[in-house]
Design a protein around this ligand. Structure first.
Ligand SMILES: O=C(O)[C@H](O)[C@@H](O)[C@H](O)[C@H](O)COP(=O)(O)O
Length: 225
């Protein structure tokens, strides 16, 4: 497994450069397809990247945007990744993009996963995916010890998998390993010494112990203190 590791002098420089890279990859994909799909994480790390990316000069009306995973909470919850996306990415020029939802207020996550996947599947493969990582080496909602992790990492995994895990405060839905690895461009965003050490510590571990290892091959990891 090999990936590129890019260390930045600070988080602002990382956000600017990563946003530019993502925009360039989307522009390139748009030159070859009518519509392209971008998947991004929630959590606390990607906000500054979204703040730069949303202003990128590209034809956002031909971009489908979805989350890599969502916590099963309503959009008015402070834990909602969908709310984060609407607030920080789907604004400015990127307001013209189409959101492919990963949450249904009217359904439980197990039943909703199949319904949501029907909207997502026709827009695959992903042109670009940005992933985060937890210090426990989870990515998206592929958590060590999660109830359906093996299924989500298997070759014949469904597009979306409901997930419950000791490390997740609420039920989740997550894009599966094959969907994430089907992306033309994969980027991982991590901040801080703890996550850098966790990434180093993941080397050689099986994916069920370090799910990040399931998606690192061919990825670019972007890190700042
Ligand atoms: O729902 C989420 O939390 C994310 O999609 C998740 O996969 C995130 O990328 C990691 O948990 C890192 O989160 P932080 O960026 O907050 O450290």
């Amino acid at each position: 497994m090999s990936y590129d590791f890019v260390a930045y002098p600070d988080r602002d420089m990382l956000a600017i450069d990563l946003a530019n890279r993502l925009a360039g990859e989307l522009r390139q994909a748009l030159a070859h397809a009518d519509r392209v799909t971008l998947a991004v994480p929630g959590g606390t790390s990607p906000g500054p990247v979204f703040d730069d990316l949303c202003a990128a000069d590209l034809d956002w009306s031909r971009v489908d945007v979805l989350l890599t995973d969502e916590r099963w909470v309503p959009e008015d919850s402070p834990r909602s990744n969908t709310a984060l996306l609407r607030r920080r990415l789907l604004t400015d020029r990127a307001a013209a993009a189409r959101l492919l939802p990963l949450y249904r207020p009217d359904m439980e996550c197990d039943a909703a996963a199949a319904a949501l996947a029907e909207t997502i599947a026709p827009e695959l493969p992903l042109a670009v995916v940005l992933l985060g990582m937890g210090a426990d080496m989870h990515t998206a909602s592929l958590f060590p010890g999660a109830d359906r992790l093996d299924e989500a990492l298997s070759r014949d995994a469904p597009v979306l998998v409901p997930m419950r895990a000791p490390g997740a405060p609420e039920p989740r839905v997550t894009l599966s390993g094959p969907v994430l690895n089907g992306a033309l461009h994969k980027h991982v965003l991590i901040f801080g010494a703890e996550k850098r050490a966790a990434l180093e510590g993941a080397r050689g571990k099986p994916a069920h112990e370090a799910p990040i290892n399931a998606v690192l091959d061919g990825a670019v990891v972007h890190w700042a203190e």
